[in-house]
Design a protein around this ligand. Sequence first.
Ligand SMILES: CC(C)(COP(=O)(O)OP(=O)(O)OC[C@H]1O[C@@H](n2cnc3c(N)ncnc32)[C@H](O)[C@@H]1OP(=O)(O)O)[C@@H](O)C(=O)NCCC(=O)NCCS
Length: 183
Amino acid sequence: MIRYKNIRLRAVEEGDAGYYMKWINDPETNFYRGLYPPTSEAVAKAWVQEQMLQTSEKLTFAIEEMHDDAIAGLIGFIGLRGICSRSRRAEMWIYLGAKLRWGEGFGKDSLLTICQYAFSEMNLHRLWLECDPEHVASVRCYEKNGFVKEGTQREAYYRRGQFRDTIIMGLLKPDWEKTSNLK
Ligand SMILES: CC(C)(COP(=O)(O)OP(=O)(O)OC[C@H]1O[C@@H](n2cnc3c(N)ncnc32)[C@H](O)[C@@H]1OP(=O)(O)O)[C@@H](O)C(=O)NCCC(=O)NCCS
């Protein structure tokens, strides 16, 4: 378990499937993530089972909100995928399904925590992600943690009748070490 301020990152557990099913079936939480068709309990359980299997190529954490030392509840998931041991890079993703908790700093703090883990514990050199530039909260969240825009993928995904651009953002360990309070 990894604790930082009011969040804790822990391993994904079987009991998380019900939360995942509720969140993934809410169009609002997936608005900037493309189309997610109605998801059954069985599919949600399979997704959770998949995340429980940590491999050399991926790592998923459940994000819990903490009040002092008490667990207030599961609020989302965060992870690394496509971990490349030779080039020491990974793609990062975050999904705060508990939308009542949006805008309270949990996204920013979860990102900071996984960046710290990726660079300091796993000794990765580069983290990157793809996002919709219109999703102001996510772009701001990434920028606050030192990610910079590296390029645009034109008309890379389809949302509500239109092809939309996505941006690639990246963060290198030396830049993280210069700017982060946590080292
Ligand atoms: C995107 C997401 C991770 C952001 O997390 P969050 O906890 O809501 O964001 P935070 O409260 O940490 O805010 C981070 C920054 O964004 C700003 N921000 C948050 N919501 C905002 C909004 N709606 N409009 C403008 N800025 C916003 C905050 O002010 C903060 O900046 P500041 O520190 O300069 O004040 C979260 O909302 C989420 O997971 N959404 C659903 C799934 C998703 O879209 N994932 C990302 C796919 S790329």
